[in-house]
Ligand binder design. Structure first.
Ligand SMILES: [Zn+2]
Ligand SMILES: [Zn+2]
Length: 275
């Protein structure tokens, strides 16, 4: 990865803004939750007070009944009025509790709404994460591919490793230092054959006197000459063979002739012996 990838930067920014939107939504949910809890605990406090008052009312009425049975009217009246004032208090608390239920419904609705918004934003954070990670993986792969294209080979003069990319059109054979030194070794020469200017390197073992084009022509001529020589050699070998064959067959003819001349003579000599 040379430099920063603009697409990765863009995805990184999208991720961080998704995260801060999520954090904001979470804050709202937390506040709504606190309000819901607070309302809920207020209702519980009312419930505890209601239970307590109901118990108090019951015990005041019980006391009233036992005082009445005992004939103490004043005491009985006192207990009844206590029970009545408790009943009034209870009615008040019921009213407060009722309005608190309205608040509870509101708080619950607000909490649910905030929670939904938070969930949507959580999914968006996940999406942004996935996008960011996918790009990062892609870049890592690309980077590995790019790294694989980089190779090393030794400088042809001093042997220090040269780093090169396999996709370069011209892969250097020399290190930077040797290349610069070598540049001074290059010189213009005039072709001995066609007069054209060509470059030679003073470090070469064999410094040509003719240009590349002329060298090509010379090489072509040489190979044509060699081909002609080869053909001439083959031709003379063929002629020599034919000559040898002709000589051999002439020899056979002479021999046959000699035999046919000798044969009658032999016959004659046989006859002579028989006489
Ligand atoms: Zn070198
Ligand atoms: Zn030339």
């Amino acid at each position: 990865m040379s430099g920063k990838d603009p697409e990765l930067s863009r995805l990184g920014e999208a991720l961080s803004s998704a995260r801060s939107a999520y954090a904001e939504a979470k804050k709202i949910t937390d506040e709504a939750k606190a309000r819901l809890n607070e309302t809920g605990s207020r209702i519980q406090t009312f419930n505890a007070k209601i239970t307590e008052l109901k118990k108090g009312i019951d015990s005041e009425y019980n006391a009233m009944r036992s005082e009445r049975a005992g004939g103490d009217r004043d005491a009985a009246d006192e207990h009844r009025s206590m029970a009545q004032s408790m009943q009034e208090k209870l009615t008040e608390i019921y009213e407060s509790k009722k309005s608190c239920f309205g608040e509870l419904d509101e708080a619950r609705a607000a909490f649910n709404k905030a929670l939904n918004a938070q969930k949507i934003l959580r999914d968006k954070v996940q999406e942004a994460w996935d996008g960011f990670n996918a790009r990062l993986e892609y870049l890592k792969e690309e980077n590995a591919k790019e790294q694989a294209k980089w190779k090393e080979k030794p400088c042809k003069i001093c042997g220090v490793p040269i780093r090169y990319n396999t996709e370069w059109k011209h892969i250097p054979n020399l290190c930077k230092e040797c290349f610069d030194k070598d540049k001074e070794n290059w010189e213009d020469r005039k072709c001995a054959k066609c007069g054209k200017t060509f470059r030679i390197n003073k470090g070469w073992e064999h410094i040509p006197t003719i240009c590349g084009d002329c060298r090509k022509i010379v090489r072509a001529e040489k190979s044509a000459r060699m081909q002609a020589e080869k053909e001439a050699q083959e031709e003379s070998a063929r002629l020599a063979r034919e000559e040898r064959e002709a000589a051999a067959s002439a020899l056979v003819d002479v021999a046959n002739e000699a035999v046919s001349e000798i044969a009658p003579a032999l016959e004659v000599s046989e006859n002579v012996r028989n006489i």
